[in-house]
Design a protein around this ligand. Sequence first.
Ligand code: F3S
Length: 295
Amino acid sequence: MNIWLAEHSGFCFGVRRAIQMAREAASQGIPVCTLGEIIHNPIIVAQLQAEGIDVCEDPSTLWDHTVILRSHGVTKDMMDSLIRNGNKIVDATCPYVRRAQQLVESMSAAGYQVIIMGDADHPEVIGMLSWGNAATKVLKADERPDLTGGQQFCLISQTTEKPEHLAEMVKWLAPRVAELRVFNTICLATQHRQEASERLARKLDRVIVIGGLKSSNTRQLHNLCSQYSRCYQIESEAELKPEWIKDVSAVGLAAGASTPAETIVAVYNQIKQINGEPNRVTAVGEIPLFKEESC
Ligand code: F3S
């Protein structure tokens, strides 16, 4: 059986950076905690807890701690509360997310009605919204804004939004308002991962998506791959069912931005074991990457 891994699978730059910053802070021998789970992956959260990096939920209860802000960023209120309580902040907000927050803040202050396109319940968007003002709104990709509030609009998107959704919103808005400023805050890591996973799913009729069940980018990958292939999402190799990969000659693997390389390796090796094949890998770089010419 051939097993191919979609290109750009696994940790993105922002997640890798956040975990590294957390480990560096903990290595100084001081008690540290992350505000919320650093990434939506229970394996990594448990590993970090074993290294002394706890998860705290309520910033108002933290005093004189070293607090790591996760890559999704936090709300302005949370930041203010942490500073007020004398905490030391290790800001691991992904620079791409921070740029979006700064744009929301500066464009709101400049008098624009800022529209954030994205999922209003996602922590990244909740954080972005908090840097705006009362006129700042969050809209889903298929919603359209009420234009009675003003004539100067600014469109900013969640980093994981699809470029075509942004383009559709611009097309709708541009002819209807006097002024529109658009900032493309979509992160290319997400776009590249989705495109590579789609290429894989279009060619293979069995795809395993690896990643935390709470991870929205992993869920998006699962939804995307399910359009073209029979697709299963798992958090770890223990959830892999032999019947999923029975009678197929090739299996594709794709992994979200919060999936560690060790889990991808473990899933690959578990498939090999289920098939009774001897060769195992020890690093993600040893797994063949899927290319169009792979099959
Ligand atoms: Fe940052 Fe993009 Fe990852 S916004 S956290 S590099 S998916």
